[in-house]
Write a protein that binds this ligand. Structure first.
Ligand code: ATP
Length: 153
């Protein structure tokens, strides 16, 4: 079964904006891509990534950008925040279970360090990839890439 990525993202974003009214969610869906996935799983991936984008944002820029586009026969989904960012040396570990970047910085936000490991497992279940680019004090960009449904290509 093929799922419309933009439609699912749209409904998750609408839920988030109703809860986090002080945040701006800017969504750009360049192409309507369909991928073979279970709606619930795609929703869960988006919820984890949006939850992080909100949790690790900074007071000065409560903005989250979302992009969906097709490239090289794949669906690309980008979730970008302008928050606290992740130190370069921590990036390889954030997908590990129970890993949290906190160490020195005190952090009010709760969490167990499980979200990204669950997201990665879900993405890989559907032959996708998930990667992170980040700069401390500037923000974080999470890129999820899925194969597009055969017929659509
Ligand atoms: P939870 O178990 O509730 O998901 P968590 O947010 O700590 O808790 P992960 O989602 O696995 O767990 O993230 C792991 C760590 O990576 C976080 O503790 C945080 O330090 C860092 N991180 C994840 N997303 C971001 C982001 N968008 N900006 C900055 N740091 C992030």
């Amino acid at each position: 079964e093929a799922v419309d990525v933009c439609a699912v993202l749209d409904s998750v974003v609408r839920n988030f904006s109703s809860v986090y009214e002080d945040y701006t969610f800017r969504q750009i869906c360049r192409e309507r891509v369909h991928i073979p996935i279970t709606v619930l799983h795609l929703e869960q991936i988006f919820i984890i990534l949006l939850d992080n984008a909100v949790k690790y944002s900074r007071e000065s820029r409560k903005e989250i950008h979302l992009f969906v586009y097709a490239e090289n026969g794949k669906a690309n989904i980008v979730i970008q925040d302008f928050g606290i960012g992740i130190p370069q040396e921590d990036i390889p570990y954030v997908f590990h279970r129970f890993y949290r970047v906190d160490k020195a910085r005190s952090r009010k936000q709760g969490g167990n360090g499980l979200g990204l490991s669950i997201a990665k497992r879900l993405v890989e279940k559907y032959e996708g990839t998930i990667s992170i680019e980040s700069k401390e004090g500037e923000g974080t960009k999470v890129v999820v890439i899925f194969p597009i449904k055969e017929k659509q290509r």
